[in-house]
Design a protein around this ligand. Structure first.
Ligand code: NDP
Ligand code: 8X3
Length: 248
């Protein structure tokens, strides 16, 4: 059985994709909330072997320690889902909290760099592999008050394109997935626990669900070896681009 490593498995897109993969892959599930990792592990252990890794993707040493010390039966990684990430705040650049901006660059960009650099030595010897990076519609189009979140996702787009070029001779595929509005804990985190503000983001239209994205990722992963889905943008029917949402 092949092995998949999923970052941000404790919530939203990462959790649903982990569930979707659990009939086909041995799983390494990552996040900071250990109790959620443990719950997911006990839920899925009837389907497959599950190993939990607790680290903050911003912490370079923690990322490398965790992945370098994986047990022997999890040391061949076939699929890496770089999903961990969040937005922090929604404010004009001049007013935005500097720590929020750092958290987005460190989590959404450096997190992918650290995790991928740590995983590649466990993927390259196989002569095959698949990396899926979760970008966003915010990686295609900049919107007001989201400057640094958008910058982080434009960087994910560049990382996906560049990795696809550099990993070409190594037989490793790279898929970039750019969703529009998905109803997860994303807005709750962006608005620092403000449930009312978070719910407003998804009001008056039907947003995507984490399951919709999980099924898309699964579709990309299950393609024949010679087929590489390079770039997938997925929007709710009611959304046309980063800022155009038709609400009732
Ligand atoms: P959630 O908030 O529901 O999930 C985010 C996940 O990322 C959690 O499992 C969280 O785990 C993990 N995570 C966040 N920061 C860190 C960190 N520093 N270290 C380790 N893990 C971290 O949001 P989504 O499922 O929506 O987000 C998943 C990805 O999808 C993100 O990259 C997001 O930018 C992207 N996205 C989301 C969209 C949306 O509308 N929801 C649209 C487009 C893209 P824990 O807190 O346990 O560490
Ligand atoms: C999350 C989608 O448009 O709120 O990446 O930035 S958006």
């Amino acid at each position: 059985m092949k092995t998949a490593l999923i970052t941000g498995a404790t919530s939203g897109i990462g959790m649903e994709t982990t569930r979707k993969l659990s009939n086909d892959f041995r799983l390494i599930i990552c996040g900071r909330r250990q109790e959620r990792l443990d719950e997911l592990k006990s839920e899925l252990s009837k389907n497959t072997e599950v190993f939990t890794l607790n680290f903050d993707v911003r912490d370079k040493i923690a990322v490398f320690n965790a992945i370098e010390n994986l047990p022997e039966n999890f040391r061949r990684i076939d699929v890496l889902l770089n999903n961990a990430g969040n937005a922090h705040g929604l404010a004009p650049f001049q007013d935005a909290d500097l720590e929020d901006l750092e958290a987005m660059i460190d989590g959404n960009v450096k997190g992918i760099i650290y995790t991928t650099k740590a995983v590649l030595p466990l993927m390259i010897p196989n002569g095959s592999g698949h990396i899926i990076n979760i970008s966003s519609i915010a990686g295609k189009q900049v919107y007001a008050n989201g400057t640094t979140y958008c910058a982080s996702k434009w960087a994910v787009e560049a990382l996906s394109k560049g990795m696809r070029l550099d990993l070409l001779p190594l037989g490793i595929k790279v898929t970039n997935v750019a969703p529009g509005a998905v109803d997860t804990e994303f807005s709750l985190v962006r608005f620092k626990g403000d449930e009312h503000r978070s719910q407003q983001v998804y009001s008056g239209f039907q947003p995507l669900s984490a399951k919709n994205i999980a099924e898309t990722i699964y579709f990309a992963i299950m393609q024949p070896d010679h087929v590489q889905l390079a770039d997938i943008t997925i929007l709710p029917k009611a959304q046309a681009d980063g800022t155009s949402i038709h609400r009732n």
